[in-house]
Design a protein around this ligand. Structure first.
Ligand SMILES: Nc1nc2c(ncn2[C@@H]2O[C@H](COP(=O)(O)O[C@H]3[C@@H](O)[C@H](n4cnc5c(=O)[nH]c(N)nc54)O[C@@H]3COP(=O)(O)O)[C@@H](O)[C@H]2O)c(=O)[nH]1
Length: 683
């Protein structure tokens, strides 16, 4: 239960933190323009899109609301003086006095609905020091905030919940969101830290379910008491018969209390008790153990498409497979939903644990037949070593969960060991997400360009545009540090359009300078490639800038094209119709094949630099690269070798008749003005 409640609470905390960062972005805009509000709607619209989860953004110079976006339905709030509103004054004054963001609410809005408002005080420099300008605020509907949690579906599954806070005026606890059914005694509560308050989330099993469960719990004690009395009375009379009966009854009751009724596996309560024993034992005899946390990937899809009955059957089958993977004295548990754990009591070498984790993942991945259809599911696994990775049952479970999450974010179907850096990584990632939203807003990106040359004559035929982030505090950040998070959060879409537009502007600059027509390559990440507006937006940018499609080349990765071949084919065809050429990036690292490429409208293959790095010394890399070039030529595809760093690599590639090359040997990526009149001159 504690994991369940913690995960819901942290979902709320994270969403709120992200949504409230919008007020900081707005504040930065106000400061940049020295308090003059110009084109607020456009600015606010972009912030809303970048941050997500916010219903409207507001500006209140001197505390009087002057701008709201979107305004529709919020007209009544214009002119409202926050500093004269008794209900809002406390948080507003706190924001001013402590110069920090504060949260007001939840409260019922005049226009209907329950919401919270985050207010960020803005100060502008003046001759007499910083002067209070007003507030930038974000309104977040409670309903939208709670959508990031599973509270609704938990309710359907028999849980109840309440969200509480201390009322700002009286300090008396008030409940501002609750399930239909009331809380039961079997509940667990955690704190949620929000600016200037602490909320409390309490979850319990709802009356009927709880009754059922607690009934079992009570039954254990009541029955045990009765049985003891019974035993005392009769045991002397009919010892053998009764002892047998007592044993059976006790087993039956234990089964109810400690085992999962669907899979027959031990449940979370049992695991907790066993973990406590493991920790106690360790202090006596130093016997380490391992806790593995296993979560099925995309289980929801099976439940949604096949129904809960099929989902239950799947869980039962997986439970049997997991038990088959480990020894009889290891403990396999169903923690709830699609989460399992495995407590290994006699294994502590990381090599053995890795082997078992692989075995568990492989067991889950074997096809399962559900309603005469075959399905394949996968699992992500987190591993904690006891006692190195936690000091008690709760911390071990939480850290194993975190390691499992790391495995999921690394691409699922894999395992990950817990290490303490995961905690700081999680925090740093959150910060990066916030900073990225600001970077998009404030246009903190720049493009560097790397020339692509013909192998035979060393002439420049084009440039690859590579993005860099000019972070105001951290300096130049390379894409490996942020493209992944941008992709995960969807921000890559906005960033990607900025790149395309910037490249088109660059092309037009060069054209007007009468420079030779060259191809400019643009990277499209998988999410960009799937974006349904991609073609329309590229067309629009080309029209707006006047760029001829023949100056553009799009680089797509093997994983993008493999996901949905039909979509790939039609998107690539459309891009080609616009005049652009298509290159498959990082070729050789994914699963695409020449058989597939034959049917796709592709012009070039870019051999991944991992094949080029050891080309001089690694005979198998030489064979692979030579083979790839010959095969590509048979399909009339041009080949670009990436990452050429030495003359010997260059010589070998020429010998293999590789068409084009790119790498530090010729030039590192640099801003375009460093490349004016660039000609490669081999020494
Ligand atoms: N969706 C988008 N992805 C982008 C964009 N810009 C870059 N990227 C992707 O980020 C990855 C890392 O890029 P970067 O750090 O810029 O590295 C590129 C080159 O600097 C590097 N390179 C080139 N030559 C050499 C070399 O000789 N040695 C060496 N060690 N590295 C070299 O390779 C990267 C180019 O990779 P590729 O795209 O595969 O051609 C990278 O995956 C980018 O795709 C963007 O705007 N959008």
């Amino acid at each position: 239960m504690s994991e369940l409640v913690n995960s819901q609470a942290s979902a709320i905390e994270r969403r709120l933190a992200r949504s409230l960062s919008s007020t900081r972005i707005l504040a930065q805009g106000v400061r940049q323009h020295n308090g003059v509000i110009d084109q607020f709607e456009i600015y606010a619209d972009e912030v809303l899109k970048a941050v997500g989860g916010v219903s409207n953004l507001q500006l209140a110079p001197n505390g009087v609301i002057s701008h709201i976006h979107p305004i529709a339905g919020n007209e009544k709030a214009i002119g409202h003086n926050i500093l004269k509103d008794d209900h809002r004054l406390k948080e507003a004054m706190l924001a001013i006095n402590e110069r920090r963001l504060t949260l007001a609410g939840p409260f019922t809005l005049i226009q209907g609905g329950v919401a919270v408002i985050g207010r960020n005080p803005v100060y502008l420099p003046s001759d007499k020091g910083d002067k209070f300008w007003g507030f930038t605020s974000a309104l977040i509907y409670l309903e939208d905030l709670l959508k990031v949690t599973d509270l609704d579906s938990l309710q359907e599954r028999g849980y109840s919940y309440q969200l509480r806070r201390p009322a700002p005026d009286t300090g008396i606890t008030e409940t501002f969101a609750r399930s239909v059914s009331p809380l039961t005694e079997d509940s667990y509560s955690v704190s949620i830290n929000v600016p200037n308050a602490t909320w409390q989330l309490i979850i319990s099993r709802a009356e009927n379910v709880s009754k059922w469960y607690s009934y079992n719990g009570y039954i254990i004690s009541v029955f045990t008491a009765l049985l003891v009395a019974w035993i005392t009375r009769f045991v002397l009379l009919q010892p053998e018969k009764l002892r047998k009966e007592v044993k059976e009854k006790t087993q039956e009751l234990q089964q109810l209390a400690y085992y999962d009724h669907l899979t027959g596996l031990a449940n979370r309560r049992y695991l907790h008790e066993q973990l406590n024993i493991v920790f106690k034992e360790y202090s006596r005899n130093q016997k380490p153990a391992v806790l593995i946390y296993l979560d099925l990937d995309d289980f929801k899809k099976i439940n949604d498409s096949m129904g809960h009955g099929a989902g239950d059957t799947l869980l039962q089958k997986i439970a049997i497979r997991l038990k088959e993977c480990v020894r009889s004295n290891d403990l396999v548990t169903r923690l709830g939903g699609d989460e399992f754990s495995i407590l290994l009591l006699n294994t502590h070498s990381t090599r053995d644990v890795s082997r078992i984790a692989k075995k568990l993942i492989a067991a889950v991945e074997r096809p399962v037949t559900l309603e005469s259809k075959s399905f394949t599911v996968s699992a992500s696994v987190g591993i904690t070593m006891i006692p190195a990775d936690g000091h008690d049952a709760n911390s071990i479970l939480r850290n194993a969960d975190m390691a499992m999450y790391a495995a999921k974010t690394a691409g699922k179907k894999r395992f990950s060991f817990y290490d303490q850096s995961l905690q700081s990584i999680a925090m740093a990632k959150l910060q990066l997400e916030d900073d990225l939203a600001i970077a998009i807003k404030d246009k903190q990106f720049v493009l560097h360009y790397q020339p692509i040359l013909t192998q035979l004559t060393d002439e420049v035929t084009g440039y690859e545009a590579l993005i860099r982030w000019k972070h105001p505090d951290q300096g130049l950040i390379y894409p490996d540090k942020f493209i992944g998070v941008a992709e995960e959060t969807g921000k890559i879409i906005d960033i990607g359009y900025w790149v395309i537009k910037e490249v088109c502007n660059q092309i037009m600059l060069r054209t007007s300078n009468l420079q030779p027509p060259l191809r400019f390559s643009i990277n499209l990440s998988p999410k960009q490639f799937k974006d349904t507006n991609l073609l329309e937006n590229i067309r629009h940018i080309m029209q707006e800038t006047g760029v001829d499609g023949r100056s553009l080349e799009f680089e797509v990765t093997e994983s993008s094209i493999m996901e949905d071949i039909e979509h790939t084919n039609s998107t690539l065809l459309q891009l080609k119709k616009m005049g652009a050429s298509i290159a498959i990036d990082d070729f050789g690292t994914g699963y695409s094949s020449f058989a597939l490429l034959k049917h796709l409208p592709v012009d070039k293959l870019k051999i991944d630099k991992s094949f080029i790095t050891d080309l001089e010394t690694d005979l198998s890399d030489q064979k692979i690269v030579h083979g790839l070039i010959s095969m590509a030529h048979k399909l009339h595809l041009e080949v670009v070798a990436e990452g050429i760093e030495t003359k010997e690599q260059h010589r070998l590639l020429k010998q293999y008749k590789c068409d084009l090359g790119q790498g530090y040997l010729f030039r590192k990526p640099v801003p375009m003005d460093h490349l004016q009149n660039f000609i490669y001159k081999p020494l």
